[in-house]
Every structure is written in C-alpha cells, then in structure tokens.
Design a protein around this ligand. Sequence first.
Ligand code: ATP
Ligand code: MG
Ligand code: MG
Ligand code: MG
Length: 362
Amino acid sequence: EKIRLGIIYGGKSSEHEVSLRTALSIMKAVDANRYEVTPIYVQLDGSWVKGEAIAGQLPEKIEALRLSAGEPTATGTAESGQEVLASSKPASLFAIGQQVDVIFPVVHGPNGEDGTIQGMLELANLPYVGTGVMASAVGMDKWMMKTVFAQTGLPQVKYVGLLRSQWEKNQDEVMDKIERELGYPCFVKPANMGSSVGISKAKNRSELAHALGVAAKFDRRLIVEEFVVAREVEIGVLGNEELVTSVVGEVIAAKEFYDYEAKYKGAGTELSIPAIIPDRVAGEIAELAKTAFQALDGSGLSRVDFFWDEKNDQLYINEVNTMPGFTPFSMYPMLFQAAGVGYSELIDRLVQLAFERHADKQ
Ligand code: ATP
Ligand code: MG
Ligand code: MG
Ligand code: MG
C-alpha cells in the first residue's frame, strides 16, 4: 500500500520561487514504489491548483482545485486542461482529504509557514509534516518569537519591536527610542518574512529611516536589532517530543550579511559543514536549539539559527525556521546528510513523524 503524499507548495509569498525548488526536489527524491505524490500548487495570486503545476515536470493529468469560494478572479482562472473541482472551502478540503494520507506543506513565509495552512489541515483532520499552528505562527513572527525566547531565558541580541503605524505617525520618536536602546549599527527586519526579504542594516539615522520604510513595505510588524559581528551558525532539529539534532553548519557570506542573493543565487556564499567550532560550543548550540524548539512546541523539523561571537564566546539565538529551505543543497538537509541521514530518509522520517503527531493529538 503506497503512502499518498500531498505536497502543498508555491504560495502567496515572496518566497514562492524557493518553495517551487523545494517541492520539485521532494517530488524527485521520494521512492515511487512507496509514495504516490499529489502536487497541490498555491499560485502567486493565492488560488489553488491540484495536479501538474510546474509544466513538464510531472506526468499527472492536470486538475484544478480551487479553495476560494465564488467566481475565480481574472488572474486566478484555471488554465486550459485544469478543472475547478470545488467552489467552496470545506468541500475542497474534503476532496483533498479523501485523496491523500498525509500532506507535506512546503510553503515558506506568510500564508504557509505561519500556521495558516497548518490550521486548514487541522480542520481537514489530515496528518501533515512539520510544525503545528502555534509553533508555525510564533516562529514566523520574529517579534513574537523573541518574546517567547526572552521568557524562556534564551540568549539573544537586544531588539525593539514596533508597528508600521507607530513608525508612520511618530518617526522621530521611534528613531529616538531605537538610538537610545540599540544604537548603530542596527538591523531592521519585517517581523513576518524569511529569506532575508526586506531586511537592511542601518549605520545612521537617515539609513534607519530608509530601512524602516523598506521593511514597512513587507509587514505591519517590524523588528529592529542590535547588529552583531559574529559567526553565523545553524543547526537542524528533527523529531516531535524526542529530538535529535544535526551537526552544526556555518554560513560564510562574502557580503556584509546573508541576503536573498547570497542565499539563492549562490553569490559568494559558502556553507561550512560541519562548522569548525569547538565541540563545547556545538554542544551548547544543540541544547539551545532543542530548548527553543520546545519553547515553541515545535514538531517535525526546524532549522535554528545562531550568532556566535567568538571573541567574547557568546552565543545568541537568531531564529527558528519552522519550514527551512529543503532542497538537497539547502542547509537543513545538508546538516542531516552530514549527520548520516540522507535526503530521502529525511523525508521518510518526517512523514512518519507527521503520522505519529496526528495520532498523538487524537
Ligand atoms: P531565513 O529565514 O532565510 O534564515 P530571515 O529573513 O528570517 O532569513 P534572518 O535570519 O533574521 O532573516 O537575517 C538574515 C541574515 O541577516 C542573517 O542570516 C544574518 O546574515 C544577518 N543578520 C540578521 N540579524 C542580524 C543581526 N542582529 N546582526 C548581524 N547580522 C544579522
Ligand atoms: Mg528566518
Ligand atoms: Mg524563513
Ligand atoms: Mg535566518
């Protein structure tokens, strides 16, 4: 009996393209004798299409399944050969639920990694790979995540969280506060984003104003952090309640920071796996990563990112990524490869963890 695996990918997000690469890698890697894969593509406009979604990549017949009620919009009409299977949300969920045993949602960023898809899958009573609603939501919002880390006693850089509306109404007051609490250089980020989208470094007040303006284009919640000069080290966590960690890897960015170009266009970035750091530091990273994962009530997988200030021997947690890049050449799978868990086996274990978590919730 094959496992019917639905892969939800794409998404109404700046990380759409990243998601396509991950989905394609997974589809290629799974053992066709053990899995029957159903691709479920969330188009950039937010509409859903089931079936062959990356043209020419998959042999299956194209069907369309739309999760939004009512008439398709101009940009969201089904392409030729696609068929709208259902016009209302619950009916569509029910339709998917009958056709797959488990879902692997590989949608990064808002409307994917943030608990929304996970909530929908909970309602459909479907097992799914990865983090649940709460951990996804908390892990997506850097401001909320930092609040949880602080409460858990995890070491992190100083930060200021603010709303776009506060910035727009009281620019000087906001910048005074940031200068008082953080100083320069500082680092400005949209709270709900990934892949370094919308983030920038500010060395003075005019750069800060510009950076806040940029970040505010992406989110109504913003975060400003102290800029640390440190090595960037990352670790993978795998499991539900019993956790295993991967080796630690290091990101060596040729640029000033690990930006979108560096991440996906390979512009001068090197991944050092395992990171050349003392065992004691690697051990501490593993412990902190598990603590962070549990603080969010993680499940399945996460990549936990840290800064290690070697000079002062100080570790800072940066973030938990609940749906990290997942191509065979992405950090998370490579960290586990180095720990002896290959890409296909990793997918098997994640699917197994999805079933176990589903059973545990009942
Ligand atoms: P992803 O989810 O792809 O890892 P992200 O968009 O969530 O990325 P961060 O990881 O928070 O963003 O930041 C992106 C990069 O910016 C980091 O990998 C690091 O190079 C740099 N960076 C982030 N925060 C700081 C900081 N406080 N000080 C110095 N550099 C930083
Ligand atoms: Mg991130
Ligand atoms: Mg991310
Ligand atoms: Mg990161």
